[in-house]
Design a protein. Structure first.
Length: 65
């Protein structure tokens, strides 16, 4: 699912997807869940974006930024 990962990363770079808005929502033809990652120490904080099919809910990919 490399294509979906590239689509998510490009959307964040062009400000079409804001990872700071946490939770679940529909995004184009997908259903996404955004979770903030906060590490105790020495790791980079970021976001985990899980992408699901909108119609059937099967997991497609997970992108960590």
């Amino acid at each position: 699912m490399k294509n979906i990962e590239e689509k998510v990363k490009r959307a964040i770079e062009t400000n079409k997807l804001n990872p700071k808005v946490l939770g679940e929502r529909n995004w184009y033809n997908y259903f996404i869940r955004i979770t903030e990652l906060v590490w105790a120490r020495n790791f980079h904080d970021g976001y985990r974006i899980e992408v699901y099919e909108k119609q059937y809910g099967s997991h497609l990919t997970t992108v960590v930024i």
